[in-house]
Design a protein around this ligand. Sequence first.
Ligand code: DX5
Ligand code: ZN
Length: 231
Amino acid sequence: MLNLPSLVANFPLINPSLLACDFTRLGDEIRDAEIAGAKILHLDIMDAHFVPNLSFGIPVVEAIRRSTDLPLDVHLMLDEPWRYIKPFRLAGADMLTVHIEVLPDPRWTLETIHRSGAAAGLAINPPTPVEMLLPFVCECDIVLTMSVMPGFGGQKFDAVALEKLKAIRKAAGKETLLSVDGGVNEKTIAQCASAGANTFVAGTAFFGVIDRKKRMTELYDASKSNDFLKR
Ligand code: DX5
Ligand code: ZN
């Protein structure tokens, strides 16, 4: 079972997104993230329906599970994600995050994730009004605020995420992982932290450089160079 308090104790969390790694060397890339100091890994699952792209699925999550003890934060960019909670949980997901845009009954879906033994999260896309998500924030272990339209790595950060982060921060508990995903780098990360994020998904910014340890430190330091986390 995921030890959420130990993650919370490590805020701010830099969360490498494996979508940007070299898949021909997946095990080595995971090891590199561990050596760089990652406390969590972000896995992007795409279905070519909810998002216009495909990534990887259950056998790859199983392989990742075998190669690391780090908590696996699995971002389900899927229509009807409730159908895949159990398979991804059995594959080794510790946290399952589903999109509010596709949920007829968010509370039931969060409960179903919790019953599976995983931590539960809701994600929200840039154009979706934050009011859609706010009633369920208290039931989330993680809230994932998208700062790009999901489906592809390497996109430009959309500052529309900042207002959402501020609103979600007010509604969330201090231990909630308030995560931001898309275009997060050493330049955009500080404003996300100021807006209340404590968890930062970094794909290109992390795996796109040779020296991942140095980049991890840069991201970590930049995320702390604001007032919010010092309070
Ligand atoms: C986008 C994914 C992101 C992606 C982020 O659909 O949800 O997690 O991997 O990649 P970067 O950090 O390159 O924007
Ligand atoms: Zn993601």
